[in-house]
Design a protein around this ligand. Structure first.
Ligand SMILES: NC(=O)c1ccc[n+]([C@@H]2O[C@H](COP(=O)([O-])OP(=O)(O)OC[C@H]3O[C@@H](n4cnc5c(N)ncnc54)[C@H](O)[C@@H]3O)[C@@H](O)[C@H]2O)c1
Length: 258
């Protein structure tokens, strides 16, 4: 029980890595606000948290809307009285030939994956500085470490997350707030179903083929689970990580980053 008495926000917690992280935080003793674009999945996640004996609070929001970000912070403060942990998990991906990527696609990826990470961080940090304590964790990716030909916007957004993490860690350290990021590899969620479908279409491969060949390249010999990522988030959120800030940690089964 590493997070007893803590309250957390996990964005995009309706499914995938966000949901696994929110549930794990609850098992570790935390109350969790679980905002998501999709209300039904947010409500389902909140119910599972409540079944674990913790406060689980659902909320529909779009992380790219400033009004929603402020409502998210107000809701957490109203429900919990404080915010100890923010996980900026919500994210999207599109697989596109670089020559075909549109301005609207570029903007949406950067808005959700990078701009919203910063403005959620800023809004929550304004609350955390009052108590001189807090932990902010951001979702980067192994695609925030190296470029990839059909993920130029996604890679740009995930590299940006590393920069936001480093800058915010420096700015917020004097306020007792730690900021770190995680860089997962190939995680078994809906996001990889989409990547496989779009990448396979571009490469002329049947469904499942792109994912299978990528998974075969993972040194630890299996696909990553959302819980593998939740393990790292939990450690970084806990007091065991009290001397760690400004870092981005790979959790990718030893995947070679090329
Ligand atoms: N799946 C992977 O292999 C992988 C690898 C590296 C990093 N990541 C990152 O981890 C995070 C979670 O990925 P996942 O695989 O669980 O994705 P997912 O697609 O399974 O789930 C993403 C969740 O975010 C929500 N969301 C999307 N846009 C939103 C918005 N504008 N506002 C609020 N909620 C929104 C979705 O509704 C969904 O519940 C993302 O930031 C992703 O880029 C994933």
């Amino acid at each position: 029980m590493r997070l007893v008495g803590k309250s957390a926000i996990v964005t995009g917690a309706g499914r995938g890595i966000g949901k696994a992280t929110a549930l794990r935080f609850a098992r570790e003793g935390a109350d969790v606000l679980v905002p998501d674009l999709d209300l039904a999945s947010s409500q389902a996640a909140a119910k599972e948290i409540q079944a674990l004996g913790r406060k689980g609070v659902p909320m529909q929001m779009d992380v790219t809307r400033m009004a929603d970000i402020h409502r998210m912070v107000e809701t957490a403060v109203r429900e919990f009285g404080k915010i100890d942990i923010l996980v900026n998990n919500a994210g999207i991906v599109i697989v596109r030939d670089l020559l075909e990527l549109t301005e609207a696609e570029w903007d949406r990826t950067m808005d959700v994956n990078a701009k919203a990470v910063f403005f959620c961080l800023q809004a929550v940090a304004r609350e955390m500085v009052k108590r001189k304590t807090g932990v902010i964790l951001n979702a980067s990716s192994v695609s925030g470490r190296v470029g990839r030909p059909m993920l130029v916007d996604y890679c740009a957004s995930k590299f940006a997350v590393v920069a936001i993490t480093q800058s915010a860690a420096l700015a917020l350290a004097p306020h007792g707030i730690r900021v770190n990021a995680v860089a997962p590899g190939i995680v078994d969620t809906d996001m990889w179903v989409k990547i496989d479908r779009e990448w396979g279409t571009l490469a002329g491969k049947p469904p499942g083929e792109m994912k299978r060949t990528r998974v075969e390249a993972i040194p630890l010999g299996r696909i990553e689970t959302p819980e593998d990522v939740a393990n790292l988030y939990t450690f970084l959120a806990s007091d065991e990580a009290s001397y760690i800030t400004g870092q981005t940690y790979n959790v990718c089964g030893g995947l070679q980053l090329n």
